[in-house]
Design a protein. Structure first.
Length: 166
């Protein structure tokens, strides 16, 4: 399991580079915007309304989570570190700190991200179009109450657990 720590200001450039590389890998496009513009966007749009945490393995940053009590605005795992539980760990932290529900967006063509969020109890609730990237996107929602198993009596009188679905 990785260590999770708050982002320090001097780490932003490395984190933005990781975010960018992970985005390009997941969506299959190249970001032609200057890195400085993305750093400025981070400080203007992400940092003021989110708590930003980093996942580390052996002192290296391998994941980033920017979230607040209602939404996940960034969740990226460094390329080469997928399927090691890092995203799951960061998302679990966001769920724990949430008000009981979360929403997030991802690009529809990022099949890996869509499948990951669904495996973590999120449900696709809206499909749209992101104008800057000119790509279809998907809004996912998660609710703590919808994730808790419920008891249901089967016809043979035995109880079984069922997950509530949103």
């Amino acid at each position: 399991m990785s260590e999770v720590e708050d982002l320090q200001p001097h780490e932003v450039t490395d984190v933005v580079r990781m975010w960018r590389e992970s985005f390009e890998f997941g969506v299959g496009i190249t970001d032609s915007n200057p890195i400085e513009a993305q750093i400025e966007y981070f400080w203007r749009e992400i940092a003021p309304t989110n708590r930003v945490r980093l996942a580390r393995l052996a002192g290296h940053t391998v994941g980033v989570l920017a979230s607040n009590s209602e939404s996940v605005n960034l969740l990226y795992v460094r390329v080469g570190f997928h399927r090691q539980g890092i995203g799951k760990q960061l998302l679990a932290l966001a769920k724990t700190e949430s008000c009981g529900s979360l929403w997030l967006y991802t690009f529809a063509k990022n099949n890996t991200a869509c499948a990951f969020y669904e495996s973590q109890g999120f449900v696709a609730t809206q499909r749209g179009f992101e104008p800057f990237w000119q790509l279809a996107d998907v809004k996912f929602n998660w609710s703590r109450s919808a994730s808790k198993p419920a008891l249901k009596r089967k016809s043979n009188g035995l109880l079984e657990f069922r997950r509530h679905l949103v």
